[in-house]
Design a binder for this molecule. Structure first.
Ligand SMILES: [Zn+2]
Length: 448
């Protein structure tokens, strides 16, 4: 059998799988793993319990109070000389602003075939699909060469200190892999206004540089304004940052995205990406394009002052900067200092990760392409760089190929639920995602 052929079909009742995935995700969403503080233990327990009941021997890893990750291995039939395929997910979720939700984000509400809750997309839904892939491979005794390692980790949303980074230090054997499938890209029925069937596959990502700006000024009475008002100076610094022009860089991974969209007729009209001036102009107006072709700075919190008639002595703000692969964070900081042009504004680096340039995992991308060819005819594989960052970076920096591939089809509105409000996933997507993942994993794990 060639690597790109149709795989032997399995006697799987997909309606039943959809039902099972839905029930499991309802229970998973009801466990509040908001990070901070995380409290992934209860989520890990649900996964562990499910794995044990199917004859797996899961392992638990505790990196701190309640900060638990879990792994389970499905041995390959002929894994000598190979390393596992890792199915990676994170157990923690980002906080919610409850007032903006139409439903209780931790109730696991199911209505009209859609499952609502924080983590439905990011990324408990994917965790459930990966778990089901493992269970289905075992139940149907599917022969495959490599081991398959299910890994659900803590603390992805707060920088991975109690999750993937801790595991890399204390259980480096989990980093030994031939390939990793993780979050980082979804599929769409529509992209930037154009309709089509597109599955994103991210092979690289931007790197976070989280900064805190601190200004100390002179307190005083609101009736006697002076020139050293901390809040005022912070606002002026932030205004300069907001007005600064960003440099446009078209990385090869992003050029590949545009080229693919062009080939299938889904490139937004006027996005002549080969012309740097046009690209810069489009980036001004289009948030997604801007994120793909420049380092970005997002103001996320501002904090100063306590009383209407008191001049604050301190002001602080946090900036979420995201750098393109290959950028130098020190050079970026120097650039930012020049833009702020006020030495009394202190810049504290809260979190930084080196913006890696990672090699495109050609073989894995080919396997995904084969899956789409057979399981979703007419679908387009869209190679991309993820504007967000994921735990894939911890594998990629060790030279292990990792892809972001969450094979569900979202509307723009549904995508807005990721780190936003009303996060949700349809049960049809749970089924589709499990089908496509199963096929891809079978290809990646190889014939025995
Ligand atoms: Zn995530």
């Amino acid at each position: 059998m060639g690597a790109g052929d149709k795989l032997p079909s399995l006697a799987i009742d997909w309606a039943e799988v959809e039902q099972e995935a839905t029930e499991l995700l309802v229970r998973y969403l009801r466990i509040d793993t908001t990070n901070p503080p995380g409290g992934e233990e209860a989520g890990a327990e649900l996964l562990t319990h499910t794995l044990r009941s199917e004859g797996f021997e899961p392992r638990l890893y505790e990196a701190g109070d309640g900060r638990v990750s879990v792994s389970a291995r499905l041995p390959g039939t002929n894994s000598a000389g190979t390393k596992p395929i890792v199915l990676l997910s994170h157990i923690d979720v980002v906080p919610v602003e409850r007032d903006y939700w139409s439903v209780d984000p931790f109730a696991g509400v199911l209505k009209d075939g859609v499952l609502w809750g924080r983590g439905a997309l990011d990324m408990k839904g994917m965790g459930v699909m990966e778990l089901l892939v493992l269970l289905l491979l075992k139940r149907h005794r599917v022969a495959h060469r490599r081991d398959i390692l299910f890994l659900a980790v803590a603390d992805e949303e707060e920088g991975s200190r109690f999750g993937m980074s801790w595991l890399a230090e204390h259980h480096p054997e989990l980093l030994e892999a031939d390939a990793v499938i993780n979050e980082g890209a979804f599929g769409f029925g529509e992209l930037m206004g154009a309709r089509g069937l597109v599955f994103g596959v991210s092979t690289t990502e931007k790197a976070p540089l989280w900064l805190r700006l601190k200004v100390k000024g002179r307190p005083g009475h609101g009736s006697l304004p002076h020139r050293n008002n901390a809040a005022q100076r912070l606002v002026e610094a932030l205004t300069r940052i907001g007005a600064a022009e960003s440099q446009i860089t078209l990385r090869p991974e992003v050029a590949a995205t545009f080229e693919t969209l062009e080939r299938v007729g889904m490139l937004p009209p006027g996005l002549d990406f080969r012309d740097p001036n046009v690209l810069a102009e489009v980036a001004q107006a289009n948030d997604l394009v801007r994120a793909l072709v420049s380092n970005t700075v997002t103001l996320t919190t501002v904090d100063s002052g306590q009383k209407h008639n008191v001049i604050p002595g301190n002001a602080r703000a946090t900036l979420d900067c995201r750098l393109l692969p290959g950028e130098n964070p020190d050079a970026f900081l120097a650039h930012l200092r020049a833009v702020i042009a006020d030495d009394s504004v202190e810049i504290e680096v809260v979190y930084r990760y080196e913006p890696l340039v990672s090699e495109v995992p050609v073989e894995l991308v080919e396997q995904i392409a084969a899956t789409l060819r057979h399981e979703s005819p007419g679908a387009v594989l869209l190679p991309m760089m993820s504007p967000g960052f994921t735990d894939s970076r911890i594998y990629r920096e060790r030279g292990v190929p990792a892809v972001g591939f969450v094979p569900v089809l979202l509307t723009t509105d549904e995508l807005g639920g990721v780190h936003g409000h009303d996060e949700r996933i349809s049960t049809a997507n749970l089924r589709l995602g499990t089908q496509l993942l199963l096929d891809t994993v079978r290809r990646a794990a190889g014939a025995p």
